[in-house]
Design a protein around this ligand. Structure first.
Ligand code: NOJ
Ligand code: CA
Length: 551
């Protein structure tokens, strides 16, 4: 048994297959210089916390030079750090320190678009229509007699048209905010630049990349109209012949990147691709493409045994077809935190509820109870797990942020029909009290709610039964049981139970029904709530070590 302090660096060959990756939303993690904004210094000061939590790697959300119109997913310079977050030296020091503690660092690669402040876009604006500076982006003439209509009916993921006009009358494409012009991946210079950016970060010690909007890189060069309007910020249902999502052309780009990663042993790429069809999504997982794709199907499954079982089974089938394992995730900076999602009536659109839903519909205690059970399920599965900062504290979505503090461009672009994603990005409470509950010396860029300190690290560390201690125990046991055995056998423990036995000898079960259910024989290792008389209560999960003769 190794303690988190002494653990060896995992072998470089395929460490990611069962890794636990902790997502750091830098702006909201820890503030090192008391300006209310999280930064690299803050993260460095909390590395020991992350090591002791028991994770294997960190994925750091974009930290590049950026006007922060979309939380840093609007990159002005891919080789510089935003001064609000620190310097490149700070980033290099962070990577080295993390590596020294056995924590790998994944950088967030944003290849679909740059910031409008990127040198290339500024050059494109200064150039004439048809000039090669514009060829790095998607510039088109407009429609209508005077070209005053956008080139087609494509809509931005954040709402409104996906096209904006520049003073000389041409239009440029932006699938997200107007300050995020889409790059043209048919352009050789764009391809070469990103190959260089990959090497830049790998040479600095990064272990790889989380790739933003991986399903968006290739666009239909004829720019045809969309046949039907698209919903904002959701999984794309049908991408078989889509003009900009999940097009075949993007895979050639990924293969180019993979050749570079293969020169750096142990480096990985995980694709953020909101593609509903698992067969199509699995195509990103080929041995010469991505090592992993995010699995948003599991995250989107409601709290129902059948739906959760299905979402797990389909993920395994798809990943296995390419010799890969699924990834698992319940929360990130783009979705309503799962402790709140599970506390709402299942089937209700949590994002719509955020704007004007009935607050009485939320049962926070139930949500947290289920969130704790869900994490034991997730961490009990073969494959790798992505955790979002603060979920280990049981943080809920902050659903009552005042409209005047909202920062997410979604609020404005959706015409005030979606409140946006700020509620999952509220700075972390580290201490019970203090101006910003230990996030920094004082103040935080998004206001923290009253009572936030009761979720803090200080309030939970070392206290039996807290969510933080549940995560720590789960990650420690998961590490101890790590055996390389990736098999799973489903168990029939009742219609409302998700249950399976691992090749490692652990039985994992979650009760999603209303009545207690019997726990099979074995040694209980960890449960998400109180268990008595051999019965697993509703909305509770348990890990049990199964005696060898029962396997
Ligand atoms: C996905 C990121 O996770 C999200 O935060 C961002 O707004 C979009 N991609 C655009 O980059
Ligand atoms: Ca700061």
């Amino acid at each position: 048994m190794t303690s988190p302090h002494e653990r060896p660096t995992p072998s470089t060959s395929s460490w990611w297959r069962d890794a636990v990756v902790y997502q750091v939303y830098l702006r909201s993690f820890a503030d090192g210089n008391a300006d209310g904004i999280g930064d690299i210094a803050g993260l460095r000061s909390r590395l020991e916390y992350l090591r002791d939590l028991g994770v294997d790697a960190l994925w750091v959300n974009p930290w590049y030079a950026s006007p922060l119109k979309d939380g840093g997913y609007d990159v002005a310079d891919y080789r510089k750090i935003n001064p609000e977050f620190g310097t490149l030296d700070d980033a290099v020091a962070l990577i080295a320190e993390a590596n020294g503690m056995g924590l790998r660092v994944l950088v967030d690669l944003v290849p679909n678009h740059t910031s409008a402040e990127h040198r290339w876009f500024q050059e494109a604006l200064a150039a004439l229509a048809g000039g090669e500076e514009r060829a790095r982006y998607h510039f088109r003439p407009g429609r209508g007699v005077d070209g005053s209509e956008p080139p087609n009916n494509w809509t931005s993921v954040f709402g409104g048209s996906a096209w904006s006009r520049v003073p000389d009358g041409e239009w440029y494409l932006h699938l997200f905010d107007r300050t995020q012009p889409d790059l043209n991946w048919d352009n050789a210079e764009v391809r070469a630049e990103f190959r260089d950016i990959l090497r830049f970060w790998l040479d600095l010690g990064a272990a790889g990349f989380r790739v933003d909007v991986a399903h968006g890189l290739a666009k239909d060069p004829t720019y045809p109209d969309l046949e039907r309007a698209e919903r904002m910020l959701t999984m794309v249902e049908d991408t078989t012949a889509h003009p900009f999502w999940d097009r075949a052309g993007l895979h050639a780009v990924v293969r180019e990147w993979r050749e570079i990663l293969d020169e750096y042993p142990g480096s990985v790429m995980v694709a953020e691709a909101w593609v509903a069809d698992w067969n199509r999504l699995a195509a990103y997982l080929k041995p010469d493409e991505y090592h992993q794709v995010f699995n948003f199907h599991f995250l989107q499954a409601p709290w129902e045994a059948t739906r959760i079982r299905e979402s797990i089974a389909v993920a395994f089938d798809a990943a296995h077809a390419h010799g890969a394992l699924p990834t698992w995730v319940l929360s990130n900076h783009d979705v309503v935190r799962h402790s709140t999602r599970y506390g709402l009536p299942q089937g209700l659109d949590a994002r719509a509820w955020l704007l004007d839903g009935d607050r009485a519909l939320l049962d926070s205690d139930l949500g947290l109870k289920r969130a704790r059970a869900a994490i034991l399920l997730m961490l009990g599965l073969p494959g790798s797990a992505y955790l979002y900062q603060g979920e280990e504290l049981g943080l809920p979505e902050v659903h009552d942020l005042r409209l005047d503090v909202l920062d997410d461009p979604v609020w404005e672009k959706s015409g005030h029909t979606l409140k946006g994603r700020d509620g999952s990005r509220v700075p972390i409470p580290w201490t019970r009290d203090g101006g910003s509950f230990g996030f920094g010396a004082d103040g935080s860029w998004l206001p923290q709610p009253v009572g936030w300190g009761s979720f803090s690290h200080q309030a939970q560390a070392g206290v039996e039964g807290t969510t933080l201690e549940l995560y720590r125990s789960a990650l420690r046991i998961r590490r101890e049981l790590r055996s390389g055995d990736e098999s799973l056998e489903w168990l029939d423990l009742g219609p409302d139970v998700v249950g399976f036995r691992r090749g490692t000898g652990t039985l994992v079960m979650v009760n999603l029904g209303e009545e207690p259910v019997e726990i099979p024989e074995g040694e209980p290792l960890l449960s998400s709530g109180d268990v008595a008389d051999g019965l697993l209560p509703a909305d509770t999960a348990i890990w049990v070590a199964v005696p060898p003769n029962r396997r």
